[in-house]
Ligand binder design. Structure first.
Ligand SMILES: Nc1nc2c(ncn2[C@@H]2O[C@H](COP(=O)(O)OP(=O)(O)OP(=O)(O)O)[C@@H](O)[C@H]2O)c(=O)[nH]1
Ligand SMILES: [Mg+2]
Length: 387
């Protein structure tokens, strides 16, 4: 889409990507827009940037309004633990009941809809991984709720993933469709984006391209990204991508939230049947877990924990120091992370002075094995870094 942008505009886009606050982002977008020439080829890009700016303005307005009230907004939940997932669903679907079962949070459970009017956090512990769960009030499904609706959406947008609760005693497919519709309108995808290209910026390692390119080389990709002042990134391609596909992906503003469906209230013949129909409707697209927050004596938390890690595409890595046992708590890293990424996560000193590492892993023919910085880690690996 961004056909032939001038060097100046390209260099400005990085500021948009780097912006940390809505104010910074708005300013960076304004600056970027001023350097985009107006012609047929840039029309789409310009209208998209304008739309994005309008959304940001609204967000900034709302934040200001909250500030005026004085207190910190209850809709801003500080991130705690390793991963943060939002529990979302229709009113009365059983979000609070599930949160109570999985964590020690005590949200109100009642048969009245909208019992939960503020987000409620709780901590779900799975084999040393701290997973923060936040029950999001169902306001976001009702645009008429105004600020409450958009603040709820902001929580979703900031999370690492979603647990979508569907009530099996009512039509779960129609609930699913309504929720997806709202998320989609807010530029939130719950299935892996159709886009071919994912560009993840990294702190080091240069530009690494994984996947098939069409009509260009990895060097061309690196050169393109450098023209946008991106010097370190992992570029993942599904299928094949041309240089234009790569460039367009830099401007994609949709976010992807990995999602697990929790079909709740599965208790009798009818609800079981509803859940089964939903399951075949979803197919392989999303993981589905059936449960009853009220009747299940044991909710399969092990399965849920595993599903969360798998769906969010993360691995657990245990670090150790020479002559001592591995850490109890794992580091949570994106799948495909290398030894050097672990070093970086612990301290930049370790990354800068890295010599080699020892890795203990079930995948290796023998352990420990001496490996270099680029060794790719797997779930459950133990790493000892030597400087
Ligand atoms: N039969 C049955 N009822 C359930 C189950 N889970 C929750 N409920 C009931 O469903 C109603 C709503 O439960 P909540 O946990 O408050 O649902 P919620 O999604 O948090 O609702 P809001 O916060 O109001 O949006 C309550 O009356 C619960 O007792 C379940 O597994 N089976
Ligand atoms: Mg609730």
């Amino acid at each position: 889409m961004p056909a032939n942008l001038p060097v100046e505009a390209k260099a400005k886009w990085i500021k948009v990507m780097n912006a940390r606050t809505p104010e910074e982002k708005l300013e960076a977008l304004r600056d970027f827009l001023s350097s985009v020439p107006r012609h047929k080829g840039t029309e789409k890009l310009i209208s998209r940037v304008r739309r994005q700016m309008a959304l940001l303005r609204r967000e900034i307005e709302e934040r200001k309004r909250i500030k005026k009230v004085g207190r910190r907004s209850p809709f801003i939940i500080p991130r705690e633990g390793d991963l943060q997932l939002c529990i979302i669903g229709m009113p009365n679907s059983g979000k609070s009941s599930i949160l109570r079962r999985l964590t020690n949070a005590k949200p109100k459970v009642s048969s009245l809809p909208f019992s939960t009017t503020l987000p409620v956090p709780g901590m779900f512990l799975y084999e040393g991984v701290l997973i923060q769960l936040i029950e999001v009030p169902s306001f976001f499904l009702f645009p008429s709720k105004g600020a409450l609706s958009s603040q709820s959406l902001a929580l979703i947008r900031n999370s690492d993933g979603l647990l979508m609760v569907l009530d099996a005693q009512k039509d779960p497919i129609s609930q699913f469709k309504s929720i997806v519709h709202v998320l989609d309108a807010s530029h939130i995808n719950i299935s892996k984006p159709q886009a071919l290209v994912e560009i993840k910026r990294t702190r080091g390692g240069g530009i690494r391209v994984f996947g098939k390119l069409n009509g260009c080389t990895a060097d061309d990709v690196a050169q393109l990204l450098r023209s946008y002042r991106i010097y370190n990134a992992i570029v993942r391609i599904r299928g094949t991508a041309s240089i234009d596909d790569i460039e367009s992906s830099l401007f994609e503003s949709r976010v992807y939230k990995p999602t697990i469906l929790l079909v709740n209230k599965v208790e009798d013949e009818r609800s079981r049947q509803n859940a089964t129909v939903l399951k075949s409707f979803i197919g392989e697209g999303l993981p589905v877990l059936m449960l009853s927050a009220e009747k299940d004596e044991h909710i399969d938390t092990k399965k849920l924990g595993e599903l969360i890690l798998r769906t969010l595409n993360v691995i657990r890595v245990y670090t150790k120091e020479p002559n001592s046992p591995p850490s109890q708590r794992p580091l949570i890293l994106p799948k495909g992370s290398r030894v050097i990424d672990v070093a970086q996560r612990i301290h930049s000193f370790l990354a800068e002075n890295f010599k080699y590492a020892k890795v203990w892993s079930k995948r290796l023919p023998y352990s420990p094995q001496k490996v270099g910085a680029d060794f790719i880690l797997g779930d459950g690996d133990v790493v000892e870094i030597r400087v």
